[in-house]
Design a protein around this ligand. Sequence first.
Ligand code: SAH
Length: 405
Amino acid sequence: SGTAEAALLQHLCRKLRASGPVTVAEYMREALTNPAQGYYTRRGSIGDSGDFITSPEISQVFGELIGIWYISEWMAMGKPNTFQLVELGPGRGTLTEDILRVFNQLSSVLSKCDVSVHLVEVSPKLCEIQARMLTGGKVQPNPEDESAYMKGFSKTGIPIFWYRDIQDVPPGYSFYLAHEFFDALPIHKFQRTEKGWREVLVDIDPEVPDQLRFVLSPSSTPATENFIQPEERRDHVEVCPEAGVIVQRLACRIEKDGGAALVADYGHDGTKTDTFRGFRNHKLHDVLSAPGTADLTADVDFSYLRKMTQERTTTLGPIKQREFLKNMGIDLRLQVLLQNSHDTATREQLLHSYDMLMNPEKMGDCFNFFALLPHHRLVHADKKDKPESKSSSPPVAGFNELLLK
Ligand code: SAH
């Protein structure tokens, strides 16, 4: 509604008038997750009718192949008798739903394994949608002494817990998933000038009432000192410290308790410059206008994520979505679905969604897959070092061809 939209802008303007310009990170945090008026808090309109569409919403095949990735890793790691599936920013819950369907279809393989689902979600609105999707709405708020704020059971009886922060998820062998999560976290922006690095800030435009504009910090800031590498060659740099902290946590947890993390997002390997943008009704939207009404996002810098693992884990990727999905067997899966569908509309839908996911001009090239794995997962892969070892680990699916049998 118009008044709600204006409320966040008013709140920001008051703040800017009182205490001066804020970092882009602070602006982005307010616009997306302000507890009362943030974009994700209030709406988070994902899907056909929303502001943006994501791969799991396009095709069930996407989530199914990711489910197979976890099972293949679980097998490669010697089938531990329990694991947690931990998803960061689950959106509508579609991806987890598709993964759980695969787990159910392969229940003979997973039969003796105790699986639980742990969702990290800040938006009450999306958490409600997830609960409806995954449990049919049968959830209960959790007592205060437990770290989860809500719990329920999937249709197949798997326990599901909700948290606000990854730190609240209990330790244990875990498979982590972050699909289009890191791109929604707040970034700092920096500009090289003749006088050195300056941070890009958000301020009120003095010429136009209630309009925001970008300004440069008059001098260097703690962020310019901490986040710009001395060897940096670009003139404009975006850094997402919150993503760094979360990856660090994932790396520590995987090093200590085992498991793996799969990160899928649009991004680059430390080469791009200005990628901060907004989406509303599937159209580009000025990031500074009507905060709280549009999704704000920035490309994920995978080289930064890799650095933030501090070599606690091995990393694989980023590789392009179309290569990852091809390696996971998407072509074969499409053939099977086409053979099993007898009406033209369904077949056309299948071909259309395949094209959306795989076409280099659509999502095939700009989306990437990136994984964190314990060092020991890949240690035996090179047989030359251990010619006597018969139990060399299989290659990691997706990043290599799937060899699951
Ligand atoms: N993974 C889903 C949704 C992507 S949108 C998909 O691909 O369709 C980003 C998701 O991250 C939303 O669920 C949003 O509410 C959540 N989110 C954003 N910032 C967050 C934060 N700081 N902590 C936890 N979840 C967050």
